[in-house]
Design a protein around this ligand. Sequence first.
Ligand SMILES: *Cc1c(COP(=O)(O)O)cnc(C)c1O
Length: 374
Amino acid sequence: MTRIYLSPPEVGDAERAMLLAAFDSNWIAPVGPDIDAFEAELAGRIGLQHAVAVSSGTAGLHLALLLLGVGAGDEVLVPSFTFVATASAVCYLGATPVLVDCSPANWTIDADLVAAELERRARQGRLPAAVVTVDLYGACADYDPLLAACRAYGVPLVEDAAEALGATYRGRAAGSFGAAGILSFNGNKIITTSGGGMLVSASAELADRARYLATQARDPAPHYQHSVVGFNYRLSNLLAALGRAQLGGLDHHIARRRLIQQRYREAFSDLPGIAFMPVPAYGEPNWWLTCITIDPDAFGADRERVRLALEEADIEARPAWKPLHLQPVFTDAPVVGGSACAAVFDRGLCLPTGSALGPADQARVADVVRATAR
Ligand SMILES: *Cc1c(COP(=O)(O)O)cnc(C)c1O
């Protein structure tokens, strides 16, 4: 029996062919036709005009926040319930993340808390420089109230859609809601370039500036000339070719992960104490990861016992994100609420959802979970 991973990449003949075609074309560089095509195809998928391929989602977040004016001494509202990179990018700019609790209804940043915090700060004359939302585990945040609150106070919204390519909110694509959005193609995301990301925006000016800064801020001149400090943040042409093939398979990956969640729901339907991450009525997730919560009293074992039993059976499962306000690195960061996401962390477990996970392997996972119940 082989190890079952949480969310391994699924690549095949299309990926091999496109990667080798790029290799054979000798565009082994951070420029090339596959980058331009990957940007155009991804922008088209999201319904935006502009996309800039970058070396990671984190790099994209860094550029997005920088270009929206976040700087030293600023504060930025960020969900506490997310991967650390969402807040790291704020710190790169010398700004402070203000960690906002999630809504128990959808596990994404609580729109009521954001609105109340913006109102409170407006009265004090210290509005944050930006609000970052995260489309968690492939499900969008609640954008109608979030955008209304941000517009009311003139605060730009950045959408961290790293986990949510292909998801929708009221029919609109994840990634398209902020002044800028970012996607990630890290190895465990719904599509991967082994490492990479994309910054997307409706603004040509923002996208052009991002492309410029991501390419060492090289001015147009025959010699190397620079007027500002830039970054080496571009994606390579080889990886863009891989990304194009993966993007072509996105709908397949979504359908597979959706089916995997359906199977988990069926497998656990008679087990007391297990609940799934809520699926809000306002949109369709991309089903990136299936995350369950385990009520130890009703189920008879806690989340950690289940995780260890899975590990014992050579199956990788992960606790839900440990909230950033409970992370040692952010002990001094301001917090707004925090008990809702702490409760999900206590009970939340992400189960294997790789798109190539077959029924027999998935039954192995479900059987181990079942065996830990009392
Ligand atoms: C993966 C992820 C990132 C970072 O993306 P990288 O491409 O790994 O830099 C940022 N935010 C969230 C919510 C993520 O899940």
